[in-house]
Design a protein around this ligand. Sequence first.
Ligand SMILES: Nc1ncnc2c1ncn2[C@@H]1O[C@H](COP(=O)(O)OP(=O)(O)OP(=O)(O)O)[C@@H](O)[C@H]1O
Length: 266
Amino acid sequence: MLTVDQVAFHYSAATPVLREVSFRSEGGEILALVGRNGAGKSTLLRLLNGLRKPTQGAVVIAGKNTRDTPPHIISHSIGTVFQTPEQQIFNATVRDEVAFGPNNLPLTPQQREERVVRALARTRLTDFAGKHPLDLDQAQRRFVALASVLASQPPALLLDEPQRGLDQRGKNLLEEIIREEQAAGRCIIIVCHDMEFVARLASRIIALSEGRLSADMAPVDFFSDAPAMAAASVEPPDTLRLSAALGLPASLTPSSFADHWLARHN
Ligand SMILES: Nc1ncnc2c1ncn2[C@@H]1O[C@H](COP(=O)(O)OP(=O)(O)OP(=O)(O)O)[C@@H](O)[C@H]1O
């Protein structure tokens, strides 16, 4: 469904930002894109959603090569929630914002309505449908941006620091929605600096270091690999540190830590 093949990119000829980046996803998985500031994560997102074209190599999403497909067509295959929701919200009501995607798809009025109602319900925005999105708080605006992407039902989702600014309830809701999208077979790519969130959710970690792919690993392997973490400037989540300190098998979540602990003491 998603192929990134030997991609290189530079904004100016002198400084390559991405080099020889390749990975694939068939969907039904959550890819966490990690790396230090300036490693090229946001640039890679812009290549994935077609806002930028690779200098070399190819990005192909749901059979469409971004090189010869306009971004508004690519957006039917890969929906983006930007780091700052204000970057993408432009309608005067939450409902219109969420309806924008479905209104541009070949759907019946009833199908459009169903998608909007469902996306509003999933993001707990039903009661705010008539409000101006910019009258909502920061966390709700993030969910407006997410709802508008969900309503279009693209096969792939790009989420840039989606958990930022959310309280625990918001993070739980976000996690629930991301897992549902994964279960529906979509490919979800999350740029994230929060390693607790990554450890809980990701099925794969794609790490960038100075514009190169430095790791494409399962989280449990990545968080047990000190050189891989150092290259991406990443610290392991607390449960991993604790399990390492106690000589227990690597645990990505408190519940798996508890299982290993109880297994040792029973
Ligand atoms: N529009 C641009 N024009 C020129 N250089 C840019 C532009 N955007 C980013 N860069 C440069 O490209 C490199 C990669 O930046 P990018 O924003 O992709 O990294 P990042 O991994 O997303 O960083 P962060 O975690 O801080 O968001 C950096 O050196 C940055 O200064």
